[in-house]
Structure formats: C-alpha cells, structure tokens
Design a protein around this ligand. Sequence first.
Ligand SMILES: O=C(CO)COP(=O)(O)O
Length: 256
Amino acid sequence: MTGTGKFFVGGNWKANGNKESVKKLVQELNDAKLEEDVDVVVSPPYIYLDSVLNTLTKRIEVSAQNSWVGKGGAFTGEISAEQLKDLGVQWVILGHSERRHIIGEANEFIGKKAAYALENGLKVIACIGELLEEREAGKTTEVCFTQLKAFADAVPSWKDVVIAYEPVWAIGTGKVATPQQAQDVHSEIRKWLAENVSAEASSQTRIIYGGSVNAANSAELAKQEDIDGFLVGGASLKGPDFATIVNSVTSKKVPA
Ligand SMILES: O=C(CO)COP(=O)(O)O
C-alpha cells in the first residue's frame, strides 16, 4: 500500500523562541528555496502566531500547537478554534505526546478537539505514538491503533487530517526511528485506515513521521513508501535545516 497524498512537512516550534529569534527564523524561511510539490506548515507558539502570519511568505501555512475542545468562553488560558480561524491560522496540532504525557490529555478529549477544530474550518495534524516501554512490550501498534480510533470515532472525515506518527522515545532524544521501523508502523496505520475507515482515507491521508528528524537523516526516511513527510521539532528552528528537510521530497522521487 502506498499513499497518494502530497508530501507534507510541518515544523513544530513548541515553546521555543522569542521575538527576535522568531523574526530571524521567518526571514530564513522567506529566503529559503523550497520544492514546489510539498505542503509546508510551521507551528509557532500562540503568542507569535499573529506576527508570523503577517510576515511569513504565503507559500508556508501556519498551525497552532493546540486548541480548546469546544466553543470559546470562560476557559482561562485557553485559545479557541474560532479565534485561531479568525487570525488566519489554517492548521492545529492535536494529540502531541507532550500534551498527552506531560499535560495529561486523554484520547477521547483529543478526539473531541479534533472534531471541533475540523468543524470550525481548521485542518488537523493528529499525533499518535508509543512510549519506549510500550514498544519494548510489543505494544506499538496496539497503542497507535487505540489513539487512532479515538480520532476516527470523533472526526466525520479524514480529508483535512494529517496523521503524525511520533514515537515518544524518538522525540527530542536524537534517537531517530530507523527508516524501516518508521515504515513498518506507517504501513500498519495505512492498513488500519483501510480496514476501519475507508480505502480512500487509507490512500489519501498523509502519514508523516516525527522524532529527531534532521537535515542529515530526512532523505533516507523520505524514501520509504509510506512516509509522506515529517513533523519536525528541534531542526525546524533553523531555517536552512528545515528547508533541507522539506526538500528531501526529491529523494522520494528517486526509486529506492
Ligand atoms: O515532537 C516533535 C515534533 O512534533 C519532534 O521533535 P524533535 O524533532 O525535536 O525530536
């Protein structure tokens, strides 16, 4: 099975940066030469979304790193999907492992967030992935499928959803999954979509990999048939490195 969706590379800036570094990064991204046939999205912290939207080339779309589960109102510290939409934000990252495991967001809550974001016109980067002990216990696919099912139970359509497989042990550790490890899980996810959603969702949903992707390892990962792009953390904070990762789409076109 192979995906037919356009290559997708997202940069998750997490809670990094300040006004000065964000300005520099936007400048680097505006100056970068990016291959055309890639969807490119960056995800700054909430407080920089407006300035990034106003200064970043329209070639690159903008994502939030979270959104509230329902309609905005008396929810101190939260940001609603309506507000993100109002600002001009196109995407939102949901279910990131840092929100699951550090902040304690549960599957069903994340699924509801995804449904509400889609309903309000945001596209969703839906993150899933197993902990090291879950992998070591042979539970990788079981954990990923449970997380996927929570999204599938909540969303009416996968048309505006990108799945990010991010094994937790590979995030921010420098321990990237091998191309084969990533390919194996991506292919299982695609099979799961075919069996539990539809043939269309299986072939058209982008399944991207995240976890210690950098300018030196992205080309080998991109060659795998079920890796449709990346969600990049640390390396997305350096414009030239992020551009190299975006442009690793060229190794996808060369038969492995
Ligand atoms: O969590 C990630 C992207 O969402 C990956 O982070 P790193 O690329 O820093 O490992």
